[in-house]
Design a protein around this ligand. Structure first.
Ligand code: GTP
Ligand code: NA
Ligand code: MG
Length: 353
């Protein structure tokens, strides 16, 4: 391990892909796997994201790599909807993620929003891995819940392994045609030039330990520098939403730094920069399910659905309540006015334009 004394933050992972490929179910499975195996401790539902602490990841990664050492405090996973009308959410997710998981249905191969997601990831230079999901649908698949994928494939009859190979090769060919070099993750000897494919089943949990292992391995091994905890604020607005009892709020992902109740903030608005003061920092009540998609469709939420915080640091999904957010614009940065900052200067910062 790189036993340095630098503190790393949790990597932010975004799940993308065509509608119904199993993005949400995969996330549910990661959660459930941990609950079933008694490692649920500390998994928290956040605004538009789920936080999985190291304790919840340790047992799963052990199934894949015995000498693997966790160096990050956890991972923050953002789910995005696959429906074509949610392009804006996919765009924001991919622009703030350290790594993305592109989910492809093994029975369907590349679909329109798979291709759109690929283009977005390329444009944002966001590294990603592919979850080739729904392997349990292969004819006569013999499943054993939550096992690693290599173990699961070895368990299959030859005919099942043949069908897997055929479908897998077909997807690889489609990806090659888009100029993408890729390989099964355990056969991939250069993570920088070839995209790793992890076959999964969100139904049985097979391959789910491998997916977690790969997320951690890639972020820790290839992005440690980027994950060093910074004091300086790095905070992106992902949604602007009207909430009954709270008025207009903004949902943010805080990558680095600290937000405090009472902080004066600057963020982008339709009619120019907005300067306001944080009235409340909110996260969902523990165990309440909140997803980006559901929030879009159901904007009414009673106030007591949230817990308030005096301050929050690094890798968190947070709802901010503040006056004057009606015209706030999603997709840009949020700045805090420090004691030595000039508000007029911050209003001209390119990160909020
Ligand atoms: P959107 O959010 O609408 O884009 O879809 P999604 O990608 O989140 O898909 P979701 O998780 O909602 O799953 C869609 C359907 O596929 C559901 O009926 C799931 O039960 C099913 N499904 C997802 N993953 C698997 C899998 O690995 N195997 C099987 N057999 N079914 C799956
Ligand atoms: Na769906
Ligand atoms: Mg979904």
């Amino acid at each position: 391990s790189s036993s340095s004394d630098v503190e790393l933050r949790s990597p932010v992972i975004c799940i993308m892909g065509h509608v119904d490929t199993g993005k949400t179910k995969l996330l549910d499975k990661i959660r459930k796997t941990n609950v079933q195996e008694g490692e649920a401790g500390g998994i928290t539902q956040q605004i538009g994201a789920t936080f999985f602490p190291d304790i919840a990841l340790q047992e799963q990664t052990k199934k894949v790599g015995t000498d693997f050492e966790l160096e990050v405090p956890g991972v923050l996973i953002i789910d995005t909807p696959g429906h074509e009308s949610f392009n804006n959410l996919r765009m924001r997710g991919s622009s703030l993620a350290d790594l993305a998981i592109l989910v492809i249905d093994i029975m369907h191969g590349l679909e329109p929003q798979t291709v759109e997601s690929l283009e977005l990831l390329k444009k944002r230079k966001c590294p990603f891995i592919i979850a080739l999901n729904k392997i349990d649908i292969l004819y006569e698949w013999n499943s054993k819940p939550y096992t690693s994928i290599q173990e699961a494939l070895e368990r299959q009859e030859q005919s099942v392994r043949d069908e897997f190979q055929t479908r897998f090769q077909n997807v690889v060919l489609q990806l090659n045609e888009r100029g993408l070099n890729c390989n099964l993750y355990w056969e991939n000897d250069d993570f920088r030039t070839a995209v790793s494919i992890v076959p999964t089943s969100a139904l049985t949990g097979e391959g789910v330990p491998d997916l977690l292992y790969m997320i951690l391995k890639l972020t820790q091994d290839l992005m440690a520098d980027k994950l060093e905890v910074q004091e300086e604020l790095e905070c992106t607005v992902i949604e602007v939403k009207n909430i009954e009892g709270l008025g207009t709020t903004v949902d943010v992902v805080l990558l680095n730094g600290t937000l405090r109740e009472g902080d004066q903030i600057v963020l982008a608005g339709l009619g120019g920069p907005i300067v306001t003061t944080i009235r409340a920092l909110l996260t969902p009540q523990p165990m309440k399910e909140m997803r980006v998609k559901r929030l879009c469709l159901m904007c009414v939420s009673p106030k007591n659905e949230y817990v308030t915080h005096k301050q929050i640091s690094t890798s968190m999904g947070i709802k901010i309540s503040a006056p004057g957010l009606e015209d706030a614009v999603a997709g840009t940065e949020l700045l805090v006015v420090g004691p030595d900052d000039d508000i007029e200067e911050l209003k001209e910062d390119e990160s909020i334009l």
